[in-house]
Ligand binder design. Structure first.
Ligand SMILES: Cc1cc2nc3c(=O)[nH]c(=O)nc-3n(C[C@H](O)[C@H](O)[C@H](O)COP(=O)(O)O)c2cc1C
Length: 172
């Protein structure tokens, strides 16, 4: 989309709709869970916070993903919010990425594989799932949260970057 465009979503505009959705800047997360075959991870930008009381978050795996069943049925999972300098972790957990191979990691008390050093981490139990078109809306109840200072990895229009506040007074 080089110029402004108005269109009705349909079979011929899937790519254009995807590009329009991509105008929304997000952070980047890696969702991890333990499976019978070992630890599994999934790069996701569909994460958002949902509720403070109770503490709930959301993310959405695509039904088309080869790892969909592992994550849709996970009783426990951890959502890692990546820092600006952690794009290498994002790349590990996309299609064809190295995954946990050669990566040092730990386990939460519940047995969730957890990555070191991320900007924030939310350990969750599965609270609910809801249909979401070609995705599944997974609602997690946060049982443990941790966060450190630092800048987030930002994703928009297919590109990764950092976040620079305009000036000190630009903080919310
Ligand atoms: C920045 C970024 C964010 C992504 N977010 C999601 C997401 O929220 N949900 C999703 O299903 N796939 C998302 N993906 C794609 C998945 O990480 C994965 O590559 C894709 O589902 C293919 O998985 P498969 O190899 O298991 O089939 C994202 C990829 C990137 C690079």
């Amino acid at each position: 989309m080089s110029t402004e465009q108005t269109f009705e979503p349909g079979p011929d505009t899937v790519r254009t709709l995807r590009d329009a959705f991509g105008r929304f800047a997000t952070g980047v997360t890696v969702v991890t869970t333990q499976t019978p075959d070992g630890p599994a991870g999934f790069t996701a930008n569909s994460f958002t916070s949902l509720s403070l009381d109770p503490p709930l978050v959301i993310w959405s795996p695509a039904q088309a993903s080869s790892r969909f069943a592992l994550f849709a049925g996970a009783a426990y999972f951890a959502i890692h919010v990546l820092a600006e300098e952690e794009a290498h972790l994002c790349n590990r957990f996309i299609r064809g990425g190295a995954g946990f191979e050669g990566l040092a990691f730990d386990h939460s008390p519940e047995g969730i594989p957890v990555l070191a050093g991320t900007l924030a981490r939310f350990d969750c139990t599965c609270h609910a799932t809801h249909p979401g078109g070609d995705h599944l809306i997974v609602v997690g109840r946060v049982i443990r949260a941790r966060a450190r200072s630092g800048g987030p990895l930002v994703f928009s229009q297919g590109l990764f970057g950092g976040f620079t506040p305009p000036d000190a007074s630009g903080t919310a």
